[in-house]
Design a protein around this ligand. Structure first.
Ligand code: KMH
Ligand code: ZN
Length: 300
């Protein structure tokens, strides 16, 4: 788009999606646990159901609208056990009005069948990664037939997917998926740029702008900066009209040599910066309307 001399878009041109994307408020997703950090080394990591629900309530109070969930077993190891997932969805719904987004990424060691079966736990939403990526010394495998099958299952079961994009090739695969199978359940495309994974796209403002420019025109998007890129990615995303994902899945340091003491302080920081950017944190009902997530339960 060509600006006129005042800096405003020239008349008759459509506005850039980059400025329209975050109109009306900032969606904050908290990713409290992940599958990579070890409870013994990161004691503040929520791993039990009680810890997870407590964290969820604190993060809701701090400004989160969505929770991206990985669960652990009794020994704090990552698991995709279906019974535990069902119990987790239920407990989060009883304790909060957050949108419950289950991870279908799991851990790098999880098989495709178990990752597909996550949807049987009946979440509001799920993550759906649009391609394979080197993941530190490991590989996070997402071949096309798996992506396609997972997406078709979200449509059949009425689960709203969030498209996780770790690299520019994943954006191309997102377009291929939408061309092939059509719109997601709920009718709205929402993406999360996962930046700064060793092996994926870097967590820089320039990379974020390039990725956003390649998204489908009506998509909304959030961004996640892993590790040290967390804060720069928050600033870049807010400046570009995007939404935010933060949490201990993505960063365990609040600042240099200062470990995160709990997920809520990460959400609080994101909410403060969003308010300064004149786009305060959205409540879950606003987020449901934006994402096309139906109101499935009464929060008691
Ligand atoms: N734990 C990573 C291998 C997702 O949740 O969908 C994958 C991941 C993505 O966290
Ligand atoms: Zn995850």
């Amino acid at each position: 788009m060509t600006p006129d001399r005042t800096g405003r878009p020239a008349a008759g041109r459509s506005p850039a999606p980059i400025s329209a994307a975050g109109k009306g408020g900032t969606l904050i997703t908290v990713a409290p646990t992940g599958a990579e950090s070890d409870k013994a080394s990161v004691p503040a990591l929520p791993v039990s159901l009680d810890e997870l629900v407590t964290t969820a309530k604190e993060c809701r109070a701090a400004g989160a609208a969505v929770i991206h969930v990985h669960i652990r077993d009794d020994r704090a190891r990552p698991t995709l056990d279906l019974g535990r997932l069902i119990g987790t969805v239920q407990a989060l719904r009883e304790g909060t009005d957050l949108i419950v987004q289950l991870s279908t990424g799991g851990a790098v060691t999880d098989g495709f069948a178990a990752r597909l079966a996550v949807l049987d736990a009946g979440p509001d939403a799920c993550s759906l990664t649009c391609g394979t990526v080197n993941f530190g010394d490991e590989v996070f495998a997402n071949p096309w037939p798996f992506i396609r099958e997972l997406y078709a299952r979200t449509q059949a079961l009425g689960v709203v997917p969030e498209f996780e994009l770790f690299d520019m090739g994943h954006v191309a695969t997102l377009h291929r998926l939408l061309d092939d199978l059509g719109a997601p359940h709920g009718g709205h495309v929402h993406c999360d740029l996962v930046m700064g994974v060793p092996g994926g796209m870097p967590g820089t403002a320039a990379q974020l702008i390039q990725a956003v420019a390649a998204l489908p025109p009506d998509a909304t998007w959030s961004a996640t900066g892993i590790g040290r890129s967390s804060v720069p990615v928050i600033f870049a995303a807010l400046a570009a009209g995007g939404h935010l994902r933060v949490g201990m899945e993505d960063t365990i340091s609040f600042a240099r040599r200062r470990p995160v003491t709990g997920n809520a302080e990460l959400v609080q920081r994101a909410a403060t910066l969003a308010a300064l950017a004149q786009r305060p944190a959205m409540a879950p009902d606003q987020a449901r309307a934006m994402l096309g997530v139906s109101d499935r339960h009464e929060h008691g």
